[in-house]
Design a protein around this ligand. Structure first.
Ligand code: CUA
Length: 162
């Protein structure tokens, strides 16, 4: 069977692309440990407030220059302090490594921190975790990037690195 020259070139190009994509996938998974996002744990939305670490919200120093920031996502606020729901900012020294730990008590929220590559979904039933190095002083906004209802645009808090 005679295959047209251009068809042969096209078939060869397709084959080269497929093999290249397969190699890139294997290198990403094996060499760089790329994986699908997975929750770091699970908690039922109705149990969030009574389940550690969410029974003790806020910033906790876990070592020299390392912190956990535990927060609850609920329409339409990042709750950082159980006693005082008006708290919407935390302060940390420059050079800190902060692990944000969040769970939702209601709908799907999204956690994006400006000026960083932190971007995770906060899905009811899942515990979402992301670790960020805050080397440079400045104000970083934690905003909700998943439409969660009429007050979605108000769902923001700040991390002040000083
Ligand atoms: Cu929470 Cu949008």
């Amino acid at each position: 069977m005679e295959i047209d020259r251009y068809e042969r070139i096209f078939l060869l190009a397709t084959l080269v692309f497929l093999i290249g994509a397969a190699i890139a996938l294997i290198v990403s998974v094996v060499g760089h440990h790329a994986s699908l996002p997975t929750p770091s744990g699970r908690v039922a939305p109705e149990d969030v407030t009574s389940t550690p670490p969410f029974d003790d919200l806020g910033l906790h120093e876990t070592g020299e220059g390392t912190y956990d920031l535990v927060m609850r996502a609920q329409a339409w606020q990042w709750v950082l302090d159980e006693e005082d729901p008006t708290v919407s900012e935390i302060r940390i020294p420059a050079g800190s490594e902060v692990t944000l730990i969040a769970a939702s008590t209601d709908v799907v929220h999204g956690l994006k921190i400006t000026e960083t590559n932190a971007n995770v979904m906060v899905i009811p039933g899942h515990i979402s975790e992301v670790t960020i190095d805050f080397d440079d002083p400045g104000e970083y906004t934690m905003l909700c990037h998943e439409y969660c209802g009429i007050g979605h645009h108000n769902m923001a808090a700040r991390i002040i690195v000083e």
